[in-house]
Design a binder for this molecule. Structure first.
Ligand code: FES
Length: 104
């Protein structure tokens, strides 16, 4: 089962940037790609860098620790294909940005 949880408001994240938000206890990197929002797990699978603090260029975020690149629309790592981060579904409801959370 899953449900959408509010994690931010439209306007909290400028286009071309990202932010770390929390979905329950899970850190999630939320990005604004030209007005469309994407969410991936915040923790880089290389050495746990915070992807929400990375630099976004188009739909690619660069990890602030060792510059591995991830496609925020898919969670794929462009630098090392063996790495991948979990992707979360995002919805915008009025001024609220919601991310889907799995519920047991
Ligand atoms: S921790 Fe992200 S590239 Fe190393």
């Amino acid at each position: 089962m899953s449900e959408f949880v509010k994690v931010a408001r439209v306007g909290d994240i400028e286009a071309g940037t990202g932010k770390t938000v929390y979905l329950g206890g899970t850190p999630v990197a939320l990005f604004n790609v030209d007005g469309e929002y994407f969410a991936i797990h915040n923790t880089c699978p290389h050495e746990d860098g915070p992807l929400g603090e990375g630099t976004l260029c188009g739909c690619v975020v660069t990890c602030p620790m060792h510059a591995y690149e991830f496609d925020v629309t898919s969670g794929e790592c462009l630098t090392e294909p063996a790495y991948r981060v979990e992707q979360f579904e995002v919805q915008v409801d009025g001024d609220d940005i919601l991310v889907r959370q799995s519920v047991d």
